[in-house]
Design a protein around this ligand. Structure first.
Ligand code: SF4
Ligand code: SF4
Length: 372
């Protein structure tokens, strides 16, 4: 029986690879290994307005509450690293999106692939039960991914695979099959602290316990630009630079994401066409920020149909675009900002006003500042 279950476990992982997942491992459907640390992180208030993380803690603590028959978890990784040219184009843009959000919503892509893994498995094991989880259920996927050997936690709190870096999505399939778990991933940052020094808003902190780093999401640009629905705190706006959706800085600087001449696997670009940038973002990229500042809610829906960017809604993305325009200090955006300054929504008008002031201050001749 032991031999059969080991064989079946390897077959499940190869079914996952057939669906295009680069990595697959098995974890046990018990309490996630770092659940206590997660509670401590929540208690510090680092989750900000993400109150949904406070809810469903019982489900997060025990995956069997999501599927009572669950015994094992197949955890998979899907690479989304972009070709070098794409990253360079975005670095120079006045409106920058995290590279995971340049095209279709990855949740749907991963969910469909995992459903196919389950149905292929059920042709071999008809009484196999499964439940697909891709951010859709309160499951601590990253913790199980660590346990399943996909990667280890870097100081930037991302899961890092020593050979391939951290640009990969994680998905999970709860199974009622009792597979022996894989070994947790081994690795570490050593003395490196590039991500801590590069983070524009100082969001990566040494924990009070002194033994690991943690993310104060309230300072993180990903949180500020996506999860925060109201006003962005003024002291953090300048640090947002040109980011209008998410932030990749702490991954970009990580040596595990740099291509190495003799290690071609590292940060190899994705082969999934649905994860490459969509034309509506790359075409006329020099004018993208201008387009964002002018778009109507209908334009937003058309431009980001099927994209993860929908999460911000029109209001959030225009708010972020105002901040990016202010940070560009480029007077070309003033006419669009003056229009948004009249918006009846005080969130939009206030951020437009802030951006106008920032641009005007940056472009005020020195004599006028000295002799007003
Ligand atoms: S995503 Fe950006 S803001 Fe957030 S921790 Fe990383 S570098 Fe800092
Ligand atoms: S940049 Fe350095 S410190 Fe940060 S996660 Fe990567 S290896 Fe670790």
């Amino acid at each position: 029986m032991t031999g059969n279950i080991e064989l079946l476990k390897e077959q499940v992982k190869s079914l996952a690879r057939e669906q295009g997942f680069q990595w697959a491992g098995i974890a046990t459907a018990n309490e996630p290994p770092h659940f206590e640390g997660y509670l401590r992180w929540l208690a510090k208030g680092y989750a900000g307005e993400m109150t949904y993380l406070q809810r469903s803690l019982a489900l997060r603590q025990d995956p069997r509450q999501l599927m009572p028959s669950a015994k094992s978890i197949l955890v998979v990784g899907l690479n989304y690293a972009q070709p070098a040219g794409v990253e360079q184009q975005w670095e120079a843009s006045d409106a920058r999106f995290s590279i995971y959000a340049l095209n279709d919503d990855y949740h749907d892509l991963i969910r469909e692939k995992l459903k196919r893994v389950l149905s292929d498995l059920q042709t071999q094991v008809p009484d196999c039960e499964g439940r697909v989880c891709v951010d859709s259920a309160p499951l601590m996927e990253r913790d199980f991914a660590w346990q399943a050997g996909l990667g280890w936690f870097g100081k930037n709190t991302c899961l890092i695979n020593s050979r391939f870096g951290s640009y990969f999505f994680i998905g999970a399939l709860l199974l009622n099959l009792d597979f022996p778990p894989d070994s947790p991933a081994e690795g570490g940052c050593g003395s490196c602290r590039r991500c801590i020094d590069a983070c524009p808003t100082g969001a990566i902190k040494l924990a009070e316990e002194g033994d690991h780093y943690e993310l104060d999401a309230r300072r993180c640009i990903s949180y500020l630009s996506i999860e925060l629905k109201e006003e962005i705190p003024k002291p953090l706006r300048e640090g947002m630079g040109n980011w209008v959706y998410g932030c990749d800085v702490c991954q970009d600087v990580c040596p595990f994401n740099q291509p190495k001449p003799r290690q071609h696997e590292r940060a190899k670009p994705t082969s999934e066409p649905q994860l490459l940038p969509r034309d509506s973002l790359t075409q006329d990229a020099d004018n993208l920020l201008e387009r964002l500042l002018q778009m109507s809610p209908n334009d937003f829906r058309a431009m980001f149909k099927g994209s993860p960017v929908k999460r911000t809604r029109w209001r959030g993305l225009v708010r972020n675009a105002c901040v990016a325009a202010g940070n560009s200090q480029n007077p070309r955006y003033l006419p669009f900002l003056r229009c948004l300054q009249q918006d009846p929504d005080s969130l939009i008008s206030e951020h437009a006003q802030w951006a106008i002031q920032r641009i005007e201050q940056a472009n005020t001749p020195l004599e006028r500042m000295e002799n007003p």
